[in-house]
Design a protein around this ligand. Structure first.
Ligand SMILES: Nc1ncnc2c1ncn2[C@@H]1O[C@H](COP(=O)(O)OP(=O)(O)OP(=O)(O)O)[C@@H](O)[C@H]1O
Length: 569
């Protein structure tokens, strides 16, 4: 009798992991668990967010619900007792969509992410509608079938008509709510980061899992879209269509409708009602802020500063889509800029114009328009030269990075001197792009020392342990680690080192913190602010939808450049 009551009780739990440790598969109970002493129960009617400081730890808890980790001791009815799979696999019933970085299926080889700026190639012609919401998609049809309770009562034709209508209705509703309607017939490659992320959310909802795990859904979303997204997620959650469990970073706003939080910090999970957990979090933040950094002085070089970039009436158009209209912007050495604008307003496009990756960077000339880079018209520079003058971190670069090759951390960092994507020359320090095509001994020695400098400034010993298994390795050992095998956050730090290593006059930091855990973010912010990572003569442009992600605040003298977006005019 007691066992029957126990079983009935369990089946009303959505998640049930009573007092267990969570390990990576293959690790024994004597190994260090990823998460210790997890005691987490989600009951019917509750709305949960998993909030975490370390991207790896938070994601590990979400991955546990997918069966991708080992729980010890295993929960009697699995971590999701009420889940009835019927003929579905766990991956159909539970779907995890992660937004820390936008994945691309490139098989690990480098792909040319600048392709979206030019004429769209035949293989990239697939539109958003075709690629994600294909009319004939069996996946969608099957998932909608699961809605209809008594299918035997209606004939097949009638059933198909109802399914089509229902599918169409839901599709229309979702694309409309998330502002994708006007983009459906654009080639997929043309979509901005935020647009692509919204499309991934719609696709996941259309697949009708029982539980949808959304990890960091706010990453890359502009602030206007956040309430719309939260509202949409709430409405699908309360109708169990599907249930949502959200992964959030510590700094993300927690939606009002969330009732409970699982706080993942330093290998432990604290669960409870939202108000209690947030109160504890605020108390610990208050302690932290008393130790917060004091304002830094951004060099007031205005008068004597060199003009690095000068844009006069810059325009970018794709047929009738007018993405950048009459942009005027001057970037001087010593400047710290925060580039702002809604999803699709043209931030990435603007940066691609000033890196010279955009073909329309050549066409900015005429009676009133001009693009001057480092003192000369854009067309006077080879793009390869511009890569040595501009250090870049961006989601596009992160995703396109060649991971199939056996490239070490050292080699990945050193590619930054010449802005390439494969190691060249002895020790990967480059070949020199001068007429001789050779590096002088002096230059080689400087480059070698610079790689060590950025490793010293931003290496694992600076992250405060932050959940990354570095095993106390030396800097030399870290430098030899294969880049592709590093956790996502560590790869982000290494690509930041790459952008800084050559001390380029201009540094572009687009979504620079994506995937990094708290310790890494703190270390990188300090390094950028303290005058070591970025020199007085260097200019920096930071792209972010969050003011507090910019290492420099208004009190430091950061300037803002806001794009309003003018597509379709
Ligand atoms: N090849 C193309 N054809 C048509 N439109 C395009 C093309 N490439 C980009 N666009 C459009 O240009 C606009 C600007 O895109 P961009 O990636 O610069 O935006 P963004 O401000 O960086 O957005 P996000 O904040 O989402 O990253 C978008 O609306 C996008 O759909």
């Amino acid at each position: 009798m007691a066992a029957r009551i126990g079983a009935r009780h369990l089946s009303s739990y959505i998640v049930h992991i009573p007092k267990a440790n969570i390990y990576r598969f293959g690790d024994s109970d004597s190994a260090r668990p990823v998460l210790t002493g997890v005691d987490w129960t989600v009951r019917e009617g509750e709305s949960w967010a998993v909030v975490g400081s370390g991207a790896g730890e938070k994601t590990a808890l979400l991955e546990t619900l997918l069966g991708n980790t080992r729980i010890s001791p295993p929960p009697p009815a699995g971590p999701l007792p009420s889940l009835s799979l019927n003929s579905r696999s766990i991956n159909e019933a539970v779907c995890l969509v992660s937004f820390a970085h936008r994945p691309r299926a490139s098989g690990g080889a480098f792909y040319d992410y600048t392709a979206r700026y030019g004429a769209v190639r035949e293989e990239d012609r697939l539109t958003l509608r075709q690629s994600m919401f294909l009319e004939e998609s069996g996946l969608i049809r099957d998932s909608i079938k699961s809605f209809i309770v008594d299918r035997s009562a209606i004939g097949h034709e009638q059933e198909d008509a109802i399914l089509r209508a229902e599918k169409g209705r839901r599709f229309e509703e979702l694309v409309d709510k998330l502002g994708l309607k006007d983009l459906l017939d654009l080639p997929l490659v043309a979509l901005s980061n935020g647009q692509t992320r919204r499309a991934r959310i719609v696709k996941a909802l259309l697949e009708q899992p029982d539980i949808l795990l959304l990890d960091e859904p706010l990453t890359g979303l502009d602030f206007k879209t956040r309430p719309t997204l939260f509202h949409l997620l709430h409405s699908v959650h309360v109708s169990n269509n599907p249930r949502i469990i959200m992964g959030l970073r510590l700094q993300d706003p927690v939606p009002e409708w969330i009732s409970h939080i699982a706080l993942v910090q330093d290998g432990r999970v604290k669960t409870g009602e939202k108000t209690t957990i947030l109160q504890e979090l605020n108390d610990s933040r208050a302690k932290e802020s008393s130790r917060s950094t004091s304002p830094v002085h951004i060099p007031g070089l205005e008068a004597k500063a060199k003009v690095l970039v000068d844009m006069q009436n810059v325009n970018v158009r794709y047929h009738e889509r007018h993405v950048l209209k009459d942009i005027n912007w001057t970037i001087r050495s010593g400047d710290r800029w925060h580039l702002q604008g809604a999803n699709g307003s043209g931030k990435t496009t603007l940066l691609s114009v000033l890196t010279g990756d955009h073909p329309q960077s050549y066409t900015q000339r005429g009676p009133t328009s001009a693009l001057t880079l480092f003192g000369s018209a854009r067309r006077a520079h080879a793009t390869a030269y511009l890569r040595t003058r501009i250090g870049v971190v961006s989601p596009e670069l992160y995703n396109a990075w060649p991971r199939a090759r056996d490239m070490s951390v050292w080699e990945a960092v050193a590619t930054g001197f010449e802005g390439g994507f494969v190691p060249l020359g002895p020790r990967g320090l480059g070949t020199g792009l001068g007429a001789s095509g050779k590096l002088s001994a002096h230059e080689r020695a400087w480059r070698e020392e610079r790689v060590w400098e950025v490793l010293r400034g931003l290496g694992p010993h600076t992250w405060g342990g932050g959940g990354v298994p570095t095993g106390g390795e030396t800097m030399e050992e870290f430098a030899l680690r294969p880049f592709a095998a590093l956790p996502a956050g560590v790869q982000s730090v290494v690509l930041l080192m790459r952008a800084l290593v050559g001390r380029p006059p201009l540094v572009l930091l687009d979504e620079v913190w994506a995937g990094m855990d708290d310790g890494m973010v703190r270390a990188a912010r300090a390094y950028l602010r303290d005058g070591v990572g970025i020199g007085e003569e260097q200019a920096v442009v930071v792209v972010s939808h969050w003011d507090d992600e910019v290492p420099w605040g208004v009190e430091d003298g950061v300037k803002r450049f806001r794009l309003e977006g003018c597509v379709g005019t």
